[in-house]
Design a protein around this ligand. Sequence first.
Ligand SMILES: *[C@@H]1O[C@H](CO)[C@@H](O)[C@H](O)[C@H]1NC(C)=O
Ligand SMILES: *[C@@H]1O[C@H](CO)[C@@H](O)[C@H](O)[C@H]1NC(C)=O
Ligand SMILES: *[C@@H]1O[C@H](CO)[C@@H](O)[C@H](O)[C@H]1NC(C)=O
Ligand SMILES: *[C@@H]1O[C@H](CO)[C@@H](O)[C@H](O)[C@H]1NC(C)=O
Ligand SMILES: *[C@@H]1O[C@H](CO)[C@@H](O)[C@H](O)[C@H]1NC(C)=O
Ligand SMILES: *[C@@H]1O[C@H](CO)[C@@H](O)[C@H](O)[C@H]1NC(C)=O
Ligand SMILES: *[C@@H]1O[C@H](CO)[C@@H](O)[C@H](O)[C@H]1NC(C)=O
Ligand SMILES: *[C@@H]1O[C@H](CO)[C@@H](O)[C@H](O)[C@H]1NC(C)=O
Ligand SMILES: *[C@@H]1O[C@H](CO)[C@@H](O)[C@H](O)[C@H]1NC(C)=O
Ligand SMILES: *[C@@H]1O[C@H](CO)[C@@H](O)[C@H](O)[C@H]1NC(C)=O
Ligand SMILES: *[C@@H]1O[C@H](CO)[C@@H](O)[C@H](O)[C@H]1NC(C)=O
Ligand SMILES: *[C@@H]1O[C@H](CO)[C@@H](O)[C@H](O)[C@H]1NC(C)=O
Length: 500
Amino acid sequence: MQSLLFLASLAAAAYAQINLTSCNATDLACIVNRTLADQALLETPNYVTVPIEDDPFYSTPSNFSAQDAQPGQILKIEAHSNISSYAIPPGQSLSRIMYTSVDEKGSVVPATAAILWPFTPKPFNNSSPNTYPLVAWAHGTSGVFRQCAVSNMRNLQYDFRSVFTLASVGYAVVIADYVGLGTDQPFSYLAYKLHANDVVYAVQASQSAFPQLSAEWVSFGHSEGGGVAWAIGERQAVAEIALPGFLGTIAAAPPPFPIANTAPVGHSVFVAFLSFTIAHLYGLNLTEIFNPVPLQALQRVRDISGCNDAGYAALATFSADDIYANTSWPLSQPARDFAKDYSVSGRPLGGPMLIIQGENDTVVGTAGAQAGFNATCSLAGLNGSGNETAALSVEYVSVRGQDHNPSLYASQRLWLQWIEDRFNGLPTARSGCWRTELGPGSNTNVDSDSQGGNAAAQVQLPERFVVQYSRPWVTIFSSTFLPLRLQAENSGFVDPPSGA
Ligand SMILES: *[C@@H]1O[C@H](CO)[C@@H](O)[C@H](O)[C@H]1NC(C)=O
Ligand SMILES: *[C@@H]1O[C@H](CO)[C@@H](O)[C@H](O)[C@H]1NC(C)=O
Ligand SMILES: *[C@@H]1O[C@H](CO)[C@@H](O)[C@H](O)[C@H]1NC(C)=O
Ligand SMILES: *[C@@H]1O[C@H](CO)[C@@H](O)[C@H](O)[C@H]1NC(C)=O
Ligand SMILES: *[C@@H]1O[C@H](CO)[C@@H](O)[C@H](O)[C@H]1NC(C)=O
Ligand SMILES: *[C@@H]1O[C@H](CO)[C@@H](O)[C@H](O)[C@H]1NC(C)=O
Ligand SMILES: *[C@@H]1O[C@H](CO)[C@@H](O)[C@H](O)[C@H]1NC(C)=O
Ligand SMILES: *[C@@H]1O[C@H](CO)[C@@H](O)[C@H](O)[C@H]1NC(C)=O
Ligand SMILES: *[C@@H]1O[C@H](CO)[C@@H](O)[C@H](O)[C@H]1NC(C)=O
Ligand SMILES: *[C@@H]1O[C@H](CO)[C@@H](O)[C@H](O)[C@H]1NC(C)=O
Ligand SMILES: *[C@@H]1O[C@H](CO)[C@@H](O)[C@H](O)[C@H]1NC(C)=O
Ligand SMILES: *[C@@H]1O[C@H](CO)[C@@H](O)[C@H](O)[C@H]1NC(C)=O
């Protein structure tokens, strides 16, 4: 049950990072100062609207009534979003919807989603030229407050790592903001099965609003969203709530176990953020576990509409002892209950699952995905040694040498083919559970051949292109190499905008 690693370096790996002013952990003014500076430089420019409350799209209609509503219902349709505020590729277009999902109590709650449309749809089975094959995207950590909705991000958070690529080859991509990101609801970070509700109901609502979307759908997620994609597979095994048309799910870099119940806890801001969710869902007392100033700092992050980078700036230079009064809080009953109720794996699946895991993922690590794979495969009919007669298929692909985000680029051909094969109604390569290794020049079945070689040493490992943002908003993806000092840090840097 190891999983904290993925939280520890998330900000550094996925997002830009600046040198932070050194602050004493008891000096709130200093911490707020550096948080605001980081937010202004690295975070605010990538949001369409700050604060998000200023965009009326995200406000719940006054006539919404949880008692009268059914999950999967449409509340608002913005068929043609103003794409001049977004950095989406030429030819693509965007819609946004507000719809209903359900929360941890089973109450109907408002949620939002974006739909990224291709210029022309990818045809399947001589389908009508106006049928758009649907991929449901489950996003990774974007932050834990309302502001951090990915439908409000100019690059929809994942740009060419996934969503732009999918739309470029002809899929319509339904991108759910998990409840609480976007709408005025509490957000339950890493509560995969709740986010799975949000994604599946987004598919259902999108299909009702846009009949050109295909009835068949594939789900696909990365990082936090990898856990969500796994939870969608498990949800689809429950006949009463399964949505028809499910063709399978791709869990990339999934952390099946959202918290390790071990002590002492580390200093990751994402674990600190998770404590807010555990407080909300299970009554963890934040006043008892935090030192006063770090808790106030995180509350300020919320109040200033901060997301990943602002949170990172708040706590990044502190030790766990600086942050917490009790570094054993993951052993508490609320934290144990959260881990028990919200981990995925070890349950049946409603369709085939592809797990894609970078061999050298420094953000989520590989142990969690492997333990989850083992747990799911120990179920009858999904034997870990490969069961040729099993009804289901779970393939674990290790992407040789690659880190958290790079593994999505390196495996792009594989996941695009997998999605295409599902829409073509093809069987998976095998049934039961099996492992393969994806490496340069070979795609070796490690069950029978573990001769990996060291070819990965010959290929590019980090993301070395600069994603440059400037005014007016232009996103330039180039192969320009980063300055040597940033290459050395090997952390997918985004250079701060010059003069922005
Ligand atoms: C951060 O600080 C280090 C050491 O003080 C310095 O070498 C580096 O250039 C700084 N980086 C940035 C992005 O300012
Ligand atoms: C932080 O401030 C406190 C209270 O002013 C002080 O006792 C402590 O020594 C300071 N810590 C550091 C590392 O300067
Ligand atoms: C906040 O930052 C400004 C300049 O960026 C600086 O002048 C001021 O002293 C800082 N305040 C604190 C409390 O650190
Ligand atoms: C809420 O109001 C909108 C228009 O203002 C209307 O289209 C919608 O049907 C109403 N919904 C309910 C549940 O009454
Ligand atoms: C779209 O957004 C741009 C930039 O915010 C704005 O200038 C323009 O007026 C908007 N167009 C419409 C039709 O609202
Ligand atoms: C949380 O703990 C603090 C300090 O022990 C206590 O004063 C407060 O009442 C507790 N809050 C709740 C909601 O139990
Ligand atoms: C810290 O939290 C753990 C887990 O809830 C608890 O067992 C322990 O008593 C707490 N320690 C203190 C000093 O409160
Ligand atoms: C990647 O991980 C493998 C297996 O743990 C290890 O042998 C290899 O040295 C790592 N490669 C890099 C570039 O860190
Ligand atoms: C998963 O199972 C394999 C094969 O039984 C075993 O070698 C490996 O240690 C297990 N990994 C974890 C993380 O449980
Ligand atoms: C898988 O099946 C083999 C032989 O059928 C059996 O020996 C093994 O214990 C099974 N493994 C699991 C994890 O169920
Ligand atoms: C293989 O899968 C079939 C069909 O689901 C199941 O009946 C059988 O028990 C499985 N065999 C093993 C060894 O798990
Ligand atoms: C395409 O046809 C195959 C074979 O009839 C079927 O299994 C599959 O579901 C169809 N796909 C779509 C997207 O209609």
